[in-house]
Design a protein around this ligand. Sequence first.
Ligand SMILES: Cc1cc2nc3c(=O)[nH]c(=O)nc-3n(C[C@H](O)[C@H](O)[C@H](O)COP(=O)(O)OP(=O)(O)OC[C@H]3O[C@@H](n4cnc5c(N)ncnc54)[C@H](O)[C@@H]3O)c2cc1C
Length: 366
Amino acid sequence: MSPDVFIAGGGPAGSAAAILLARAGVRVTLAEKRREAHHKVCGEFVSGEAVETARDLGLDLSALGAVPIQVVAYATPSGGVVRRTLPFPAVSLSRLVLDEALLGAAEAAGARVLRGVSVQGFDLDPDGGTTVRLDGDGPVQVPAFFAATGKHDLRGHARPEGRQGDLVGLKMLYRRAVAPSDPVVTIVPFRDGYAGLQPVGQDAVNLCLLVSRRRFADHGGRFDDLVRSLVAEAPEIARQLDGAEPLLDKALAVTRIPYGYVRRVTEGPWWLGDQAAVIPSFAGDGIAIALESARQAVDTLLSGGTAAGYQRRFASTVSRQVGAATVLSQLMVRPSWQRPSALLAAVPGVLAGIGLLTRVRLPTGA
Ligand SMILES: Cc1cc2nc3c(=O)[nH]c(=O)nc-3n(C[C@H](O)[C@H](O)[C@H](O)COP(=O)(O)OP(=O)(O)OC[C@H]3O[C@@H](n4cnc5c(N)ncnc54)[C@H](O)[C@@H]3O)c2cc1C
């Protein structure tokens, strides 16, 4: 039997949409190209809005091992660190765990979840429906197609470069030699990029960084060489990685991230998550945006609205946050701005203000 909705991608956006649709009694199939649970390039900072939406979707993030994050720290070029209480609740949680729990919840809600199945593309049918092409399986005709493939564009539907598209994202998990004394997310600007360091679980730290393609190429595209030079350049990275052991065989990488992109129109599909809008990573709100896109798309579909209407409304929900975060992200990677930005970060209220400015929606607990 054909589904009413077909979803490409089992990240936060696709899974959340599958849960909400299945709960509403809609026949929904989701295809996730990866067969197994996997790590993703992510700071693993789950903001308060995302925590609340995940709770509404039936997930208990504490039970999954989430660690509350209460403090944001901003490292200065002179080696100091400005610390401020986060103006909203947040947690740290491995994406491998979070994304798998969301997919499991989708299946439990009644969605059909296909693992190891990749969507190759889609064709718009004259009757307004969509034919979805799958690898290794026949095409599926559906009334509605949700595209939630995150950083991977569907063939023939590449997103434009965005406003800050020249950064490479890299991530490595380390076992720390010394357990962190308190739950802090630390942002460390460096020449041509910035890093986020955050505890994950009891004794691991996640190093997630964004660096210009040019600087990464200067290090031969080798993560270890880049990290060695950052340890020499940024005392806070040296301090947190002192004696730490890598936990992954190799660093994860993602290129061509169209930061600042917001999709305003659609020719047919319902574009969700990173396919709808891409907020710079330091904001730590991409997961919340992905979940919110799912909520808005499903609400619109269930109330008889159109994909075009949803896309317009969602773009207007997120464009201010994405725009503000992109301007700040562009300044953060500019060497001439790193000293002034450290001075600015030390002014009471500034870090909290930036945190609030870059939320898609304030958590009610804030
Ligand atoms: C460096 C970096 C750091 C970040 N740090 C944070 C952070 O700390 N906090 C935060 O909130 N956000 C962060 N983000 C953003 C966040 O990761 C994304 O916004 C979020 O994952 C988007 O969710 P999504 O469901 O749209 O896509 P994804 O999470 O990318 O999921 C898409 C899924 O689709 C699958 N897929 C892809 N193509 C196909 C296909 N053709 N067929 C079937 N399946 C397919 C993929 O395997 C994947 O599982 C960060 C991003 C980057 C790049």
